[in-house]
Write a protein that binds this ligand. Structure first.
Ligand code: ADP
Ligand code: 5GP
Length: 187
């Protein structure tokens, strides 16, 4: 059986950047594609970054019990698909999940062997700067993300590892070391 590796972080911390490089470095990892009702950003692709679906479709999946967990924030729904992660794990793949902090705790409850990694920005000021520079959200969405960040940082104590994303290369290296250790332990 493969393992579950969860990455969580306040929006703008650099989680996607780090996860993308880890997926390249560790071919035994597959990314869990979540479903969401938010709009696609410029470079994102349906069925690659997310399954972009309507609110009605999302609610239907909730009713059909298709999610391991789902959350609603910033006015959108996000959910982890049971079928997706279970089929990959059965095939011996380890699955990387990029979910919010509450979703991470729900996954840990369902899969106690899951490894949870929190990516922390060096400061809230730096987080704001990165989000503004990324230029992918409206001012309103940006405000919602910044407001939620402080609550999310309070959840770091529940994680197995906390990696500060100050210098990107250093942070990536730290994550690779964690993955090397966790993916190579037999249990
Ligand atoms: P998240 O997935 O957590 O929302 P992203 O990976 O999209 O965050 O990163 C947010 C922005 O910050 C992106 O524009 C990214 O290029 C940039 N970034 C990521 N890590 C660093 C870093 N260590 N220093 C400076 N900028 C960074
Ligand atoms: P974004 O809109 O920036 O892609 O993601 C916003 C937040 O939603 C991030 O914290 C991301 O990790 C989280 N997220 C993405 N997919 C899921 C999911 O399936 N479940 C939960 N709970 N959060 C998710």
């Amino acid at each position: 059986m493969g393992k579950i590796i969860i990455f969580s972080a306040p929006s703008g911390s650099g989680k996607t950047t780090i996860v993308r490089s880890a997926l390249k470095k560790f071919p035994e990892l597959v990314f869990s594609i979540s479903a969401t009702t938010r709009e696609k950003r410029g470079v994102e692709k349906d069925g690659v970054d997310y399954f972009f679906i309507t609110e009605d479709e999302f609610k239907n999946k909730i009713e059909q019990n298709e999610f391991v967990e789902w959350e609603s924030f910033y006015g959108y729904y996000y959910g982890t698909l049971k079928s997706f992660i279970n089929s990959k794990m059965k095939n011996g793949k380890s699955v990387v999940l990029e979910v919010d902090v509450k979703g991470a705790l729900k996954i840990k409850k369902e899969y106690p062997d899951a490894v949870a990694i929190f990516i922390r920005p060096p400061s809230i000021e730096e987080l704001k700067r990165r989000l503004r520079d990324r230029k992918t959200e409206s001012d309103e969405d940006l405000q919602k993300r910044i407001q939620r960040a402080e609550m999310e940082i309070g959840y770091q104590k529940y994680f197995d590892y906390v990696v500060v994303n100050d210098d990107l290369e250093r942070a990536k290296k730290e994550v690779y070391e964690i993955l090397n250790k966790e993916l190579n332990t037999e249990d």
